[in-house]
Write a protein that binds this ligand. Structure first.
Ligand SMILES: [Fe+2]
Length: 494
């Protein structure tokens, strides 16, 4: 690092500390939101563990989300537009060590230097259309993390991953995997690791010269291989996909681009280019893992972001997703994400839905698996590509509210076990952590972050995966809050 960049970081630290003070004053006056920024970077042992961390829970939890959602007091316009901040929780014999760092993206560094925010998904730069024309949203590296081949990557679906030191969280730069990621180099934020082979599969969407999905395989040694390309006939939003032992599965819903010109000219933000058109239905594409042409079929319109898992069942392919109701249209739904601070709306109100795809008959059946609003579905990652018994969910018990419960759904018995946080707290995605000794599916814990506004902090909450309704078996209260995180990963100690 050059002396000049050292000075810039010092200046930015002072600048951010001042912002943090102003945010703190605002929070004390107005109450603390899980979406308040956290401008400080810290590194410390958590002082007091409440309860007992099990001896066979050892590893590192990474969480990532938009940590900085205001610049000089100016609020960013959307849940997706905050700078990516990684939190690292090392769970060891002496307790929990916490560290957080912002990903040093180009946008983060420029904002620190200039005090001006970048163009985002729904946030426009200052300066009107001229300042926004022909600019793609900046890579905020805020959506998910991947640990593979001893490397940690911060992911954002429209661009390249940022490679970080897995211990210090220092940013080492963007990653092209030896040049294998070309053009805009999109490497999406929901890669799937096959526990049987150690490979990671992912995709990226290319917009030019014609819309397509590029499918990738990251081998055990960290080399990226192209598998196939999938033309997209109705260009739209593709956030997640599914992996079986035979296929990559894409569920292409009718959230499609309708007004690209006004967006390209900088007249409107990117999110306004999208339109939900249920009459177009949903296209499902099964892409063979070894490459070759995919199998396409049509089904009723589905509006979803996330996939739990997928597996082959005889000649059929089964995919579990969280499906949402978009009857009011995209912008009505989207306006809640713009107003994330005070009105999250239906964002956490999806239903777990099982799709059974019969390629021979060209038929897809839909089955609803739960009846309570949820999002951020997870499973024991040892079951990825195979039939899973348990799904783990973040739920909102109040329609239109923030998530306040963690649920384990047992698909064999139909039972659900649920932990609901104390009044006023909120919670995020539960990640499964297996015992360090080998066990069966579900033998382990759920790790999540719980926001406690009364205490002006967040805590790491540890639940039994099979009985979250027992409540936390241990919590690690931090000295501060962590803004709502989107996703993460857990790496068991070896
Ligand atoms: Fe996601």
């Amino acid at each position: 690092m050059s002396p000049n960049s050292d000075n810039l970081l010092r200046i930015s630290f002072i600048h951010e500390t001042l912002i943090a003070m102003s945010v703190s004053i605002n929070a004390s006056e107005n109450g603390m939101s899980p979406w308040d920024s956290q401008h400080l970077e810290q590194d410390y042992e958590v002082g007091e563990i409440e309860g007992t961390i099990p001896d066979d829970l050892r590893g590192v939890l990474y969480r990532i989300g938009p940590g900085r959602l205001d610049i000089d007091g100016h609020p960013m316009g959307h849940i997706f537009d905050g700078d990516g901040m990684v939190s690292r929780f090392e769970i060891g014999p002496s307790g929990v060590r916490y560290r957080n760092r912002y990903v040093r993206t180009r946008a983060f560094r420029r904002t620190n230097e200039t005090g001006k925010w970048p163009r985002g998904f729904a946030t426009q730069r200052l300066g009107g259309p001229l300042a926004n024309a022909m600019r793609f949203p900046e890579n905020m590296a805020n959506t998910n993390v991947l640990v593979h081949d001893d490397a940690l990557y911060a992911l954002w679906e429209g661009g390249k991953p940022h490679r970080l030191d897995p211990l210090t969280l220092d940013t080492e730069g963007t990653e092209s995997f030896g040049g294998a990621l070309k053009r805009l180099g999109a490497f999406s934020a929901h890669p799937k690791a096959d526990p049987a082979t150690g490979e990671v599969f992912n995709f990226g969407v290319d917009f030019f010269p014609r819309p397509m999905i590029r499918c990738y395989r990251l081998d055990r040694g960290g080399r990226l291989h192209g598998i196939a390309t999938v033309p997209i006939t109705k260009l739209g939003f593709v956030h997640d996909f599914a992996l079986t032992d035979r296929h990559l599965v894409f569920i292409l819903g009718p959230l499609v681009v309708r007004k690209p010109v006004s967006v390209a000219l900088g007249l409107r933000p990117f999110d306004e280019a999208l339109s939900y058109r249920p009459e177009l239905g949903t296209t499902i594409v099964l892409v063979p893992r070894g490459g070759g042409p995919g199998t396409r079929m049509e089904t009723d319109a589905l509006f979803h972001f996330h996939v739990t898992n997928a597996y082959e069942h005889g000649a059929n392919t089964v995919v579990d997703i969280v499906a949402h109701n978009a009857d009011g249209g995209w912008m009505q739904w989207e306006n809640h994400l713009r107003r994330f601070r005070d009105n999250p709306g239906p964002a956490f109100g999806g239903t777990l839905t099982r799709l059974t795809i019969d390629p021979a008959a060209g038929k897809v059946t839909h089955e609803q698996l739960n009846d309570r609003g949820c999002e951020f579905p997870q499973l024991d990652p040892r079951r990825i590509t195979r039939e899973h018994r348990f799904s783990y969910l973040a739920e909102a018990s109040r329609s239109g509210g923030d998530p306040d419960s963690i649920a384990t759904v047992d698909h064999r018995t139909g039972n659900t076990s649920r932990y609901t946080v104390p009044d006023g707290n909120t919670i995020c995605e539960p990640l499964f952590a297996p015992r360090t000794t080998p066990g069966n599916e579900g033998d382990g814990w759920l790790l999540t972050l719980e926001h406690e506004p009364l205490h002006r902090r967040s805590r790491l909450t540890i639940l039994r995966a099979d009985r979250p309704d027992d409540g936390p078996i241990a919590t690690a209260p931090l000295e501060h809050h962590v803004p709502m995180t989107f996703h993460g990963t857990y790496v068991p100690a070896t």
